[in-house]
Design a protein. Structure first.
Length: 211
């Protein structure tokens, strides 16, 4: 059972890292297009009737759960597909297509980099750090995107995600002595960010950290 959960988790995160840049890019381009052209009209999907006689509220709940399951399966399969040659080839085609669209290109490249940081499998290339930001006396959790002990860099880039949505955030450069490394996993850090601090007691290394 644990192997199955790890399998789904690994591929689901890979799928999210791939899907989010496309979704955000398409969404923003459509929104901008809608703003520029008031004649564009998006009609909502028609209500799908179930083959059994149920109340409207129950029907909506069932359809929502079915749609949610389908979405999870789709994203997991997408992450799995990109681990073989055909999936990688199709992904390259999709990325090249978007890269040729001027506005979409800049949006996609930015969201892709953020997704790589946020959804890197197993916390790869993610060092959880604590930085004094945005003002003296206040602290933020962040992810150092370069080794904190790097001898080649004077300032270390740190991605500071927003809460409760870690897919957006700020890239801030800090002096090495301004960065405090935490001995916690990326998963624990994301739990803390998404929960808005509710999981603080579960993360002992932060709860015991001396500010």
């Amino acid at each position: 059972m644990r192997i199955l959960i790890n399998f789904i988790k690994s591929n689901f995160l890979s799928g999210l890292a791939i899907l989010i840049p496309f979704i955000i890019t398409i969404y923003l381009v459509v929104e901008i297009g809608t703003w520029l052209n008031s004649f564009v009209d998006f009609t909502p999907a028609r209500f799908v009737r179930l083959p059994i006689d149920t109340s409207p509220a129950l029907a909506e709940t069932i359809l929502f759960l079915v749609a949610l399951c389908c979405l999870i399966i789709f994203i997991t399969l997408l992450g799995l597909a990109t681990k073989n040659l055909l999936g990688k080839f199709l992904l390259k085609i999709g990325e090249k297509t978007i890269s040729k669209i001027p506005l979409a290109n800049s949006i996609f490249s930015t969201t892709k980099q953020i997704s790589k940081i946020v959804f890197a499998e197993g916390g790869k290339h993610q060092q959880v750090v604590l930085v004094e930001y945005p003002r003296k006396g206040s602290y933020c959790l962040g992810f150092a995107t370069q080794p904190v002990d790097s001898k080649e860099l004077d300032k270390i880039p740190v991605f500071v995600p927003t809460s409760p949505n870690p897919t957006s955030g700020f890239l801030v450069f800090f002096e090495k002595n301004e960065i405090k490394q935490l001995n916690i996993s990326a998963d624990d850090a994301f739990k803390l960010i998404v929960s808005g601090g509710l999981s603080l007691n579960e993360t002992e290394s932060i709860a015991q950290f001396k500010f």
